[in-house]
Design a protein around this ligand. Structure first.
Ligand code: CA
Length: 238
């Protein structure tokens, strides 16, 4: 797995490079947009993933995202400072896969990278249509949901919202993406729909709806369905 790490903070760059190298990734580093563009132009082998810092000495990471999206479909994880929220949302809406807010732990970074690689089909080719985590089982093909083995009744809109999150399980989906894909392009400002329907879904699927462990809030950005269990275990009755 070859990773391009674009980060101008030298110390952070070195720490991440060392940690990823230990995990078996081949890491190319760049500290500016110019360096990243040169690497992309001359790389002999294709890249598998890009880690993209936003604030760079010669511009912002957003400019590189446009270049990457034109060239190929590469997973891109944004490394951002908390105050860069507006830009973070723009990048996600423009096709970045996920983001990490600094400071973040290496374990969290590795987990997000795994999700992004899986979703892009680098390791597993089939899209996720059967989601299991703890007591919850969601089958998109059958359009059915179970909790503790018992069927859960969802309205068509609740199911559509849940299905959208399952397709990107483990990754953040912005308010705009959810509203556009579930309700339609003319509803992208209606974030109160999301609060209402997420509340209903949590009431049906979470053990403690006020402290969700499945349907997670990403404050100011969107929602994230928790990563599915690695090993689904025995099939639940259906
Ligand atoms: Ca920076």
């Amino acid at each position: 797995m070859r990773v391009l790490l674009l980060e101008d903070d030298r110390e952070l760059c070195r720490t991440l490079r060392d940690a990823l190298t230990m995990e078996g990734y081949a890491v190319l580093t760049a500290a500016s947009l110019a360096e990243a563009n040169a690497l992309l132009a001359h790389a002999r082998e294709p890249l598998d993933l890009v880690l993209l810092d936003l604030g760079l000495p010669d511009g912002d990471g957003e400019q590189l995202l446009a270049t990457l999206r034109r060239r190929e479909s590469l997973p891109v994880l944004v490394l951002s400072a908390r105050q860069a929220e507006g830009q973070k949302i723009r990048l996600l809406d423009a096709g970045a896969d996920d983001y990490l807010v600094k400071p973040f732990g290496v374990a969290e970074l590795l987990a997000r990278m795994r999700v992004a690689l899986r979703r892009r089909g680098t390791r597993v080719s089939a899209a996720l249509t059967d989601y299991r985590r703890a007591a919850v089982h969601i089958d998109l093909h059958a359009q059915r949901v179970w909790r503790d083995g018992a069927p859960v009744h969802l309205t068509p809109t609740e199911f559509a919202l849940l299905a959208r999150l399952v397709r990107q399980a483990g990754q953040v989906v912005t308010h705009r993406q959810l509203l556009r894909d579930v309700w339609g392009a003319e509803f992208t400002e209606h974030t109160h729909y999301l609060r209402l329907y997420m509340g209903q879904l949590r009431a049906k699927l979470e053990d403690e709806p006020a402290e969700p462990r499945l349907l997670l809030t990403e404050p100011g950005v969107g929602y994230r369905l928790a990563e599915p269990d690695e090993d689904p275990g025995p099939l639940m009755p259906s």
